[in-house]
Write a protein that binds this ligand. Structure first.
Ligand SMILES: Nc1ncnc2c1ncn2[C@@H]1O[C@H](COP(=O)(O)OS(=O)(=O)O)[C@@H](OP(=O)(O)O)[C@H]1O
Length: 368
């Protein structure tokens, strides 16, 4: 009798405790937390799956173009919400705020590596109507299978009146990639920057052997340039005509702007104004935005300019000097006189073809 009463009491206490705990659990919304946990884990896994390296199915030749990752910089490279977002009003109720989102590019810098593409992209972000991701996204060649939504998510937030600009100089190397870009947006604006082919070779050489310790032997420039039959660097680095013709074959000419690194290096403002007009933007660039840094030997950002703090969120620059990192502006190798003559003689007819194609002549010191 006593035993059964104890058992009954025990059962009642157990049932009451069970329901009590259930109520507490619900009221604390623990279930919702664990659901949220599951959701977050799922999203992370999905993101990880998307981040996995996808082999290049387009067979795009590797031009050994440099990733920005190895820059030695001390600038603030974090995006803040808004990136280049400069709302006209501080009032969040204003319409502008609700328009802020990540948008696909309307303009691309598609080539060529070692021709000032980083400096061009970086300086262009000074325009209040241009936003640009800090890294080369390489969507149309190496990350194509990740899909457009992934591509969009690599872009900084922007407002409706801002243009998103992406630069991946290796896009120009493959007609398959150009076709993909056309299918993505047949009206996209394309910017191409070229450089004296001999200087470009020197720049690539300096980049390729950047990690060889001081005093250690580097391969001879001439041997490196000639390579073996499968890797003739002259064909690869001098073939502007072939690659630009492929762009002209795919896109209307008025969507393509060809610039010269030499013009940009010596007078960034005039080149940037040309880009501004090409993109149909209101004039915003001014000479006060830059200064020539003698030590660096290049134009750099003027840190005093009111736009500089905004730009710092989108670019990798040295926040002390406003210059690009040490990976830009490297020392170039000397060229033996006879080999220089040989190069000039070989490349000159290619240049003439190029000038005819783009409809303008460029003054290249090595060919004067
Ligand atoms: N303002 C300014 N600051 C620094 N560097 C400048 C600038 N303007 C043009 N350049 C030249 O840009 C060259 C690098 O070109 P890219 O940025 O296209 O190289 S990469 O393909 O993205 O690696 C780089 O080549 P190297 O001199 O061989 O390093 C520079 O000469």
């Amino acid at each position: 009798m006593v035993k059964s009463t104890t058992l009954q009491i025990f059962l009642v206490v157990a049932i009451v405790s069970f329901f009590g705990l259930l109520v507490i659990h619900r009221s604390l919304n623990i279930g919702a937390f664990s659901k949220a946990g599951k959701f977050i884990r799922k999203s992370v896994l999905a993101d990880q799956a998307q981040e996995e390296e996808v082999p290049d199915s387009a067979g795009v030749p590797d031009d050994d173009s440099e990733s920005d990752e190895d820059s030695e910089l001390d600038g603030d490279t974090e995006f803040e919400v808004g990136g280049n977002f400069r709302p006209g009003s501080d009032d969040p109720a204003e319409d502008t705020w609700s328009n802020v989102r990540q948008r696909l590019p309307k303009a691309l810098i598609i080539g060529f590596s070692k021709c000032g593409t980083t400096a061009l992209r970086t300086f262009l972000t000074l325009h209040p109507n241009i936003v640009s991701p800090i890294e080369e996204v390489r969507y149309f060649n190496f990350n194509y299978t990740k899909g457009l939504d992934w591509y969009r998510r690599q872009m900084p937030p922007s407002t409706e009146d801002q243009i998103t600009l992406e630069k991946t100089p290796s896009y120009i190397m493959s007609p398959i990639v150009l076709k993909r870009i056309y299918l993505f947006d047949s009206r996209v604006k394309l910017i191409i920057i070229i450089r004296d082919p001999i200087v470009r070779l020197q720049s690539q050489y300096a980049h390729s052997f950047r990690n060889v310790p001081e005093g250690a032997r580097k391969p001879d420039f001439k041997i490196w340039v000639k390579g073996d039959s499968s890797e003739n660097r002259i064909t690869h680095f001098v073939g502007y005509t072939k690659y630009i013709r492929q762009v002209y074959d795919q896109f209307p000419k008025d969507q393509i702007l060809v610039l010269a690194e030499e013009d940009f290096e010596q007078n960034p403002l005039s080149v940037m104004k040309e880009v501004e007009e090409f993109l149909g933007l209101e004039p915003a660039f001014s000479k006060e935005m830059f200064y020539f840094n003698k030590e660096k030997g290049f134009y750099c950002f003027n840190r005093e300019h009111e736009f500089f703090p905004t730009v710092l969120k989108m670019v990798k620059v040295n926040s002390r000097t406003g210059c690009l990192g040490e990976d830009k502006g490297r020392d170039h190798p000397d060229i033996d006189e006879d080999f220089h003559k040989e190069l000039v003689q070989f490349i000159r007819p290619h240049n003439e073809q190029l000038f005819r194609l783009i409809g303008k002549r460029i003054v290249w010191e090595n060919f004067e």
